[in-house]
Design a protein around this ligand. Structure first.
Ligand SMILES: Cc1ncc(COP(=O)(O)O)c(C=O)c1O
Length: 389
């Protein structure tokens, strides 16, 4: 490997949300805790991104900076054309401060207070927070989990929810955090066709699109159904571990949809260091991504083998996408809040599953985007916590 993902980088002193807080659950932590919570990676920046930021700083002035340049737009659209065969017009992009800002903007502009937004649970908790804080109604579509921890969609329930005139939007997580599914073309077409049939806007959060297992294929839903009213939210933030730079893009299916959400802004400013990082990522860091994917696959394999030897009652399946393992710990402790708190006192920070909504109780989410040695030590600590039960 050209890049060293085994290097442990101490993040204490960087105000890291992952390492300097107890995660979303606010569990006990101290400077010796190991964190597997918040979804970012513990790997060093790709060198081309590091250089792009330094080169931009060398230009000495960080004034208002235009983001709607041909260079920026084509670097984003070229990435999606090359990696996913998805071709879109750069004019249909709108830059926002984060994927969740894009999601919230879409909810605000495309639905009214009191209207329903369909969400498949368990899911990334800010989906629920965004819908409810904006005064819209959360409509839960319950994912179906089989005995092998494989999740599928209840399309009958989904159709009846989309047919309800009060429900105006569906928020899709693709690939899905935390259950790790990479939706198939068939599933995506069915979702899009149902949304279209009932006049429901489809907003697809594809922030995890680049981080699927080697050999798995993520398909942008907007590529499958280019004529429908679909809003796609993307960012290199997860892909290249630059989430702190807070910049993302919405891609609209057509100009009218973009106008409804953004007012067809032609000029837009963004953080110049974030723009530089995005260019360094999309234009020059593909080899880093290809290597990080191989390393993550190795971490999942390690986790699977370690668990089946040492904690065989934890039910777990290697996810098709994301770097997040979704572990069913209910055989040891069905109360995931308590389990996460016990882990906190045992020096390991994990996310309690119940905050992901229906179907999350009894699970924890465990981020494997860290050196393998950290995972090994974290699992030993988890074992000690479980041995006390
Ligand atoms: C599915 C999903 N969407 C959005 C985000 C957050 O994105 P941003 O920081 O760009 O708002 C995350 C972060 O974990 C995520 O998992």
């Amino acid at each position: 490997m050209k890049y060293n993902f085994d290097e442990f980088i101490n993040r204490i002193g960087t105000d890291s949300e992952k390492w300097e807080s107890g995660g979303h659950g606010g569990v006990y932590f101290d400077e010796n805790s190991l964190s597997f919570s918040i979804a970012d990676m513990d790997f060093a920046l790709a060198p081309a991104i590091d250089k792009a930021i330094r080169d931009r700083l060398d230009k000495k002035i960080l004034g208002y900076t235009e983001v709607c340049t041909n260079e920026y737009r084509s670097s984003v659209s070229n990435w999606f054309a090359k990696r996913f065969g998805w071709n879109f017009d750069g004019e249909l992009m709108y830059t926002v401060e984060g994927v969740m800002d894009g999601v919230r903007l879409a909810i605000e502009k495309l639905t009214d207070v009191g209207q329903g937004v369909v969400i498949m649970q368990p899911v990334y908790p800010p989906f629920m927070g965004s819908v409810s804080k904006l005064g819209r109604k959360i409509v839960v579509n319950q994912l179906v989990c089989d005995e092998n921890n494989y999740y599928t969609i209840n399309f009958d329930q989904l159709e009846s929810q989309l047919a309800d005139q009060n429900n105006k939007m569906m928020l899709l997580c693709s690939p899905h955090n935390p259950v790790g599914r990479v939706w198939t073309s068939d599933e995506l077409c069915k979702i899009a066709d149902l949304c279209h049939k009932y006049g429901v806007y489809l907003v697809s959060d594809e922030i995890h699109c680049d981080l699927v297992r080697v050999g798995a294929e993520h398909i942008p839903v907007a590529k499958l159904r280019p004529d429908y009213d679909i809003v796609t939210c993307v960012s290199p933030s997860k892909t290249f571990n630059i989430a702190g730079l807070q910049m993302a893009n919405m891609v609209f299916a057509n100009k009218a949809l973009k106008a409804k959400v953004s007012g067809l802004v032609n000029m837009q400013c963004a953080n110049p260091l974030s723009i530089a990082a995005h260019l360094g990522a999309y234009n020059q860091s593909e080899d880093w991504l290809d290597e990080v994917k191989v390393y993550l696959d190795g971490n999942f394999k390690f986790l699977k083998e370690w668990l089946s030897t040492n904690l065989p009652k934890i039910k777990y399946r290697v996810p098709e996408g994301t770097y997040l393992a979704w572990l069913d710990v209910s055989a040891y402790n069905a109360d995931s809040e308590k389990f996460a708190k016990d882990c906190g006192f045992g020096g390991i920070i994990v996310e309690q599953g119940d905050v992901f909504g229906e179907g999350g109780k009894g699970f924890i989410r465990f981020n494997v985007a860290t050196p393998r040695s950290v995972i090994a030590e974290g699992l030993e600590r988890m074992k000690k916590v479980i041995e006390k039960y």
